[in-house]
Design a protein around this ligand. Sequence first.
Ligand SMILES: Cc1cc2nc3c(=O)[nH]c(=O)nc-3n(C[C@H](O)[C@H](O)[C@H](O)COP(=O)(O)O)c2cc1C
Length: 413
Amino acid sequence: MSCKETLLQPIKIGNRIAQNRFFIQPMECNKEDETGNPSSSTLQRYCDLAKGGAGMVSLEAITVTRESRARDNQLTIMPQNQEALTEFVGKVHEANPKTIFIFQLTHSGEISNPDFSKRVTPNPLPGYGGELLTEADVEKIMDSYVTAAKIAYKAGADGIDMKLCHGYLGSQMIRPHNDRDWKYGGSWENRSRFAFELIERIREAVPDEKFLIGSKVSAWEGFPGGFGTEGPHSPIMDLTEPIKLIKGLEERGASFIIQSAGSPSITISLTQVDKHIPYYAYMHQYWAKEFRKALKPETVVIGSNFSPFREGKNGLCAVTEEESSLLNYGAWCIENNVTDMIGLGRQSFADPYLPKKLEEGREDEIHYCLLCDSCLELLIQQSRVGCCVYDKEAHAELVRTRKEKGALKVSHT
Ligand SMILES: Cc1cc2nc3c(=O)[nH]c(=O)nc-3n(C[C@H](O)[C@H](O)[C@H](O)COP(=O)(O)O)c2cc1C
């Protein structure tokens, strides 16, 4: 089978069919209005992605309460956003009815931005902090997630990703560092309670099996007590708990797991592999494969960090450009049971139309991500995010941001 045939093969996700193996990663754009409703440029991005033909597209992280925002202009999913979200989803589906469109539900916990949000935490990390969560607070937060899932369903979304990655509240609850003696901390049974009760409550609130539930999970956060380490004081990787987590989610109805790693406010190059260290991407494929091995064949595993492979000009050694291109290597990962779908993050900013171009035999027209990480710079600076190489507006935003706030070095080296 050619790489094109492999990547364009449909796949069953729960009770739905994705048209091909491309998944568009949630990518925060920080472009919403003052109530957290989608703006015209939010709509443009998701309509482009739908028309671009990826099998499944995720909405960027959408916050379940206004006071748990990491970004000033972050999308929000509360009852007052219902109407705008319904209109928005309708238009995205109209752009391509075949695209599965899911929402990534989030709460930023201790990385909520104190300039406009409230930091809360199960157990503060050195240098972070915030108000210590009580059991009643956690109940309330879970209620907000359940309300958000119902809003997503009513708005016409095809499912949700319960975000358990990248150091946001979901990660903070399950990581060994949450060793406080309370209902949601200490033992694995207690730390996993948040994730497991939440998925059960969401499934109960939205019993329609066509509404997909899944989760994006950081396999290893890469600091002492981070998720995927052997204990609260050790940075050493141990996948025992990540595997227990994804199996527990699967038992409770998750039909897909998106593999990720790192906690970007601490270990940024682990989450977004840097162009100077492209071989870090191979660690993601190792984690994806471990996830793939642990789950039932029908549970879809989505791998991450495929943007660094580009058209083969990626700085990787001991490989030919052709075999290490995103398309060839991505197909190889599917054929070799590393992953079922290929997640595209930064690459989706560079070219939302990659799947369509592949389908139409226009591979030579694909714009590849240069891994300049200016999109990340814009995000960190609370500016409006886009591809600063191929999108003039985003480039102008970068120039303005650097002028007003100074340049920021986000890359590893
Ligand atoms: C600007 C920007 C925004 C991001 N926003 C999100 C987000 O909302 N939710 C999430 O889970 N990951 C987010 N990520 C991480 C990506 O989804 C993805 O996991 C990471 O970029 C690695 O994939 P890539 O190599 O294809 O870019 C973001 C990354 C960038 C650069």
